[in-house]
Design a binder for this molecule. Structure first.
Ligand SMILES: [Zn+2]
Length: 276
């Protein structure tokens, strides 16, 4: 009861509007002072939000074991104004996604997804597509689906959700649809594949993509989210796709994706590679 009273006081102290309840995924959580936590979460209607959970480190009821990175929660919060923090009043655990914090490859994959999401979004920028995509990716990882395949499928949809869908259906220069008589290279700066005829004498810094990989990725762009996990991605296709999606991300954000380097320390069979 004391906590509820304290919470109501804090809300009125901040002249805040009414509290809302949002389904959210925790993207970041760090300590603030002796007892508070600063939490960044992503929800469907408000996008990315950062708020303060007062007394969260001591709270046994409102927050204990809930404000963990990657968890899915229902959060009661205010909407901040003028670049201030939201006030997080309470959180109810929906899904802990424990595998994402216990399995090393799942953790790295979820960390890459988190890094891309933080890079592509600003505070209070909602996106109706990104929230369900995050939930889909974390649920798939938690259910034991292959992390590299989930990362590929997440990223191909993620680029579309943020407005940078790679052009994979046809060569833009000759307008020919992809076909088995041609070979193709993806060029990150242009965001498109190009056939070998059109690329003669032009750029040389692209990622080669075989027809099977292009078709699988194009299908992942087109199909409903709840069906794309059925797409089969061969080992070779995964290798090509990851290289291309990584290069494209670096080009879009003009920086290295820090957590990606950990992915290269694990072999496709899940074993840790020895340092060279
Ligand atoms: Zn062409």
């Amino acid at each position: 009861m004391f906590e509820i009273h304290q919470m109501a006081t804090a809300v009125s102290d901040r002249n805040s509007k009414q509290q809302l309840e949002s389904a959210a995924i925790i993207l970041d959580c760090r300590e603030h002072g002796e007892s508070d936590l600063i939490v960044t979460f992503f929800c469907r209607h408000h996008g990315r939000l950062t708020g303060i959970a007062k007394g969260a480190k001591r709270s046994k009821k409102r927050f204990v074991n809930k404000l963990e990175i990657f968890t899915s929660l229902r959060i009661r919060h205010t909407i901040p104004k003028n670049n201030r923090l939201a006030f997080i009043a309470e959180a109810e655990l929906v899904e802990s996604f424990l595998t994402l914090r216990q399995d090393f490859l799942c953790y790295i994959t979820a960390s890459i997804i988190r890094e891309f999401t933080l890079l592509a979004t600003h505070e209070m920028e909602g996106d109706e597509e990104l929230y369900p995509l995050l939930v889909w990716a974390f649920t798939s990882l938690d259910n034991g689906r292959p992390p590299r395949a989930i990362l590929i499928l997440f990223l191909i949809r993620f680029y579309t959700a943020i407005g940078y869908s790679p052009q994979l259906h046809r060569c833009p220069d000759c307008s020919q649809e992809i076909n088995e008589t041609e070979t193709y290279t993806f060029f990150p700066a242009a965001g498109t594949i190009r056939c070998s005829i059109c690329n003669k004498g032009k750029e040389s810094n692209g990622s080669p993509l075989t027809l099977g990989t292009i078709r699988s990725l194009a299908a992942a762009q087109d199909q409903p989210l709840n069906r794309i996990h059925r797409l089969h991605l061969s080992r070779h296709c995964q290798k090509e796709a990851l290289t291309f999606l990584h290069h494209y991300g670096r080009q879009l954000f003009q920086r290295e994706i820090i957590s990606w380097s950990f992915l290269d320390t694990i072999s496709p069979k899940g074993k840790r590679n020895k340092p060279q």
